[in-house]
Design a protein around this ligand. Sequence first.
Ligand code: ADP
Length: 291
Amino acid sequence: MEVRLNQLTKRYGNKLALAGVTLTWEEGVQGLLGPNGAGKTTLMRLLATLLTPTEGSAEIGGVSLTDKGRIRELIGYLPQDFSFYPGMTVGEAMDYLALLSGVGGKAERRRRIETLLEEVNLSAHRKTKVRALSGGMKRRLGIAQAMIHEPKLLIVDEPTAGLDPEERVRFRQLLARFAEGRIVLLSTHVVEDVESSCRRVTVLQNGQMPFTGEIGDLAEKARGRVWLAEMDRAEWAKADGRYPIVSAVAAGSAMKVRLLSEERPFADAQAAEPTMEDGYLCLVGKGGYLR
Ligand code: ADP
């Protein structure tokens, strides 16, 4: 099972939201990382056949995006602003959605719903009204509904937004389990989400794709460009703004700063081992000029 994009392009009027992206994704959790406005939702909506490409093409498991009926059988989509049927119970909402997805036979629906609610840890809430669920439970229910027809590609847009740290961890584990034998495409602007759940990542910025590949190779983009420096606050006030800063931590009267620079920025700055976040910042945002 593979997803292939070939020069996939989307314009909204004059706005180029996705600028000819070509790549192949294989099974597993695939991170889609980029700042707000990068084109992530556009790409996901194209794959979900909710938008039509302006140019280019894509295939999911060998099926062209133009074959909308078959594509919709292959994909599950959890949009960012997911909400549904607040007045129904969890069990009723799932049964209704299973019917809409064409899962035939009451017994078969019951079997699938039981398995899925078990997997997303909501079995005990089958009779709870959807409106009474916590944010994390709603996201988990969202995943369960997106999985009801056992899609080969599961698309989740910013899934951890609004979740507390514990729910985030549980949610990532859930996606990792689901990704066996299928592709989970997970979009986020949070580097940590990708670091903790994906082996591969695709970076989008202004509709362009500056990187797709292994997480370790994204970190390598920053090799030789990451520096640690300790300075007093007056020096810091002078340096701030001259370099892209990854982090700055106050330690007494001094500042411990991690920054990006093509060359050693100060005589006593130490070279640091690059992380994925350093690599990402070299490609987009603050350090984008290093690209
Ligand atoms: P992301 O999901 O990474 O935040 P989007 O795909 O939502 O990015 O948006 C990509 C770009 O396309 C942004 O500049 C956004 O303003 C623009 N855009 C998105 N949807 C529309 C639309 N319906 N009409 C015009 N511009 C849009």
